[in-house]
Write a protein that binds this ligand. Structure first.
Ligand SMILES: [Zn+2]
Length: 301
């Protein structure tokens, strides 16, 4: 087989596929991250279990980012905790660009077992999900406690509690010598269409949603990881008995960062002069690291 450029869509990596099942009033998004994930994770020196959490959060950011409609719309996931190993996790998505980082306590992490739970990692935490829609100058933010088995469950809880949209999300992460692969699917029931108000009780008494969510829940991690299966084939495997499934190509995903000298100059300008002097080296240079991409910016104070 001919070698393909790692970023080309033919590799079945690093893109979003949208789909709708009109007869069931459902929409979905499917993603599989490959090189873009390695690219983002390479900027940080995290142990495998911590990488796993960030990879899962990036999949969730891509799935929810895939729901955005206009250019420059942004989706941000922020998890904050007290008493956990991870004190802060931030991921965002804009125009197909993903980025993310987290802060963790390596000494505390070493005290955890091999397979830490969400509670071990985050302690008492909460998850904030923010949709920024600049064209209409709107910002929606929902907060949910970081509870359940995984970040994925917490995001499902966000849709149930804050948006009242019946939502099923499946994610899977695998890391190995060849790099990290992660992906997932989000499906939602929107009985009144994309813009309408939805009612959560349909989760329990709506046969259309029950049918679609049971099929969706059968998506297996091995299928998510199987690079030879395109995202279209995954959707087809789940829903080929439906009379109509429409698919829409979503964004190609890249690692993005919006850090710049100008950005950090503006951030530093907010500090009092004496504090800036303490931060500077003997040449009056303050070196700032971008938390997302780990690039270093020498800023002359
Ligand atoms: Zn950066």
């Amino acid at each position: 087989m001919a070698q393909q450029h790692p970023d080309s869509p033919e590799t079945n990596f690093d893109r979003i596929l949208g789909f709708t099942i009109p007869a069931r009033d459902c929409r979905g998004r499917m993603v599989r991250l490959g090189p873009v994930l390695d690219d983002i994770l390479a900027a940080h020196d995290y142990p495998p279990a911590i990488k796993h959490v960030l990879a899962e959060a990036l999949v969730l950011a891509a799935l929810m980012g895939g729901l955005l409609k206009e250019r420059d719309d942004q989706l941000t996931i922020q998890a904050q905790s007290e008493g956990g190993v991870i004190s802060l996790l931030v991921c965002d998505y804009r125009n197909g660009e993903l980025r993310g980082y987290l802060s963790h306590d390596p000494a505390e992490f070493d005290r955890l077992g091999a397979d830490p739970s969400l509670a071990d990692l985050f302690g008492q935490g909460y998850l904030a999900i923010t949709f920024d829609i600049p064209t209409s100058d709107q910002r929606y933010q929902g907060l949910v406690p970081l509870e359940g088995a995984s970040l994925t469950h917490a995001v499902e809880a966000y849709f149930a509690q804050s948006e009242q949209v019946p939502t099923l999300i499946r994610t899977a992460v695998r890391s190995g010598a060849g790099g990290c692969v992660a992906g997932g699917m989000l499906i939602q029931h929107l009985p009144d269409g994309e813009e309408g108000r939805e009612r959560l009780h349909v989760r329990f008494d709506e046969p259309e949603w029950e049918h679609i969510s049971i099929l969706g829940a059968s998506l297996r991690p091995e299928e998510i990881f199987e690079q030879s299966l395109s995202l279209e084939q995954l959707v087809w495997r789940l829903y080929h008995e439906e009379p109509e499934v429409r698919v829409v190509q979503g964004e190609h995903l890249t690692k993005g960062c919006r850090c710049s000298v100008l950005h950090f100059e503006q951030v530093l300008a907010r500090f009092p002069k004496d504090e800036r002097r303490d931060m500077a080296d003997e040449n009056g240079v303050i070196v700032v690291d971008c938390a997302f991409c780990s690039r270093k910016f020498p800023i002359l104070d």
